[in-house]
Design a protein around this ligand. Sequence first.
Ligand code: PRP
Length: 198
Amino acid sequence: MSIHDPTRGDLSVTPTTVAAIEFDAETIAGAVRRLADEVVRDLGGEPFILLGVLKGALFFTADLARALPTNVDATIDFIAVSSYGRADRSSGEVRLLKDTSESVEGKNVVIVEDIVDNGLTLQYLQRLIGGRNPASLRTCALLDKPYRRRVDVPVDYIGLTAPDTFIVGYGLDYQEKYRNLPYLARLHDWAFAGEGRE
Ligand code: PRP
């Protein structure tokens, strides 16, 4: 009898819309551990805020926090943003849906992003948080699509370079679905039903 791990989902029931798993749960976990080590190497001796960017970085932020040594002085906060009308992303307009709960002034802040694509969301966040006089500001992204960048933004820690395809899972969505998948996957073309993928 197989034991179902509730934190990993049931891998025997992959959605039919999933064409391929690009990064499985073990690969993601390995990248998260490495990123936690890198953050601790740079900041472990000082208190810092892990500032997760909702909704995409929900699971990444939680797993990154749990991968830190227990004696590290880290707090967790969230900010929520959304690009204006996904089809319209080139406008570069980012909406602030939820601000931080704690003040970042005088604090070490690590922005935790699931993915940096064209970079406009991160540019907005770095300007917003950077303008509030944090002691330091770094960015940690699980996934990077450097070949898609439209603006030059610094990303201090990068987990995995994503393929040039639309991927879902581990927090990333297509029309709000698939965020709960424990892996990062590519969908069949027919899953998009002729609609915009962004
Ligand atoms: C996604 C992702 C990043 C951003 C990256 O968020 O989580 O925050 O887009 O894209 P960019 O580099 O091209 O700006 P989205 O606006 O889809 O919201 P979500 O996290 O709630 O899915």
